[in-house]
Design a protein around this ligand. Structure first.
Ligand code: FMN
Length: 165
């Protein structure tokens, strides 16, 4: 099929995507003893058998080469009360992001943060290049959850969706 000659404007595209509510994760990885984490909301379930998820990562992110090299990542799904962590892991100096944060290393070797609503710890199954981003597909080695309310994100702001399990 020929590629379409018409494209939505970046502005229209961004305005449309702002209408899509999501949760918020901190994706972590580790390579040669160095841990890294960053805030991600481009996260989705792919299949249950086998258990697979995807994340979309900007190729300019420091996390990008680390995930490619380590072949591992963990998506930590944040609870409502963890908004400060979402903000911290979206900027600043990466080495200070984990200061005062409790975590354990999962089967993949990636940090599983304490107090999250859920986590899926993954080994990398496939990398798909998509313009400025890479889609990382992960097979889930360990999944866990607890009861609580999720941190939401909608229209460029963190939200309380008023829901919980
Ligand atoms: C709510 C929110 C969601 C984000 N989602 C993503 C995402 O899905 N993929 C991505 O590459 N960056 C995303 N970012 C941006 C990264 O968190 C940010 O660029 C971070 O500083 C990258 O860290 P690093 O370069 O140290 O790896 C998001 C930021 C925020 C605030």
């Amino acid at each position: 099929m020929e590629s379409a000659s018409v494209r939505a404007s970046t502005e229209d595209f961004r305005s449309a995507m702002r209408c899509f509510p999501t949760g918020v994760t901190i994706v972590t990885t580790a390579h040669e003893g160095r841990i890294h984490g960053f805030t991600v909301n481009a996260f989705a379930s792919v299949s249950a058998e086998p258990p697979m998820v995807l994340i979309c990562v900007n190729r300019a992110a420091r996390a990008h080469p680390l995930i490619t090299i380590s072949q591992r990542f963990c998506a930590n799904i944040l609870a409502l009360e963890q908004r400060a962590l979402a903000e911290r892991f979206a900027g600043g100096e990466p080495h200070s992001r984990f200061e005062g944060v409790d975590y354990r290393l999962g089967p993949s070797g990636s940090p599983i943060l304490a107090g999250t609503l859920a986590h899926v710890d993954c080994e990398l199954t496939e990398e798909l290049t998509a313009s400025t981003h890479t889609i990382f597909l992960g097979t889930v080695l360990e999944a866990g959850h607890r009861e609580g309310a999720p941190l939401g994100y909608f229209d460029r702001a963190y939200r309380d969706f008023g829901i919980g399990v």
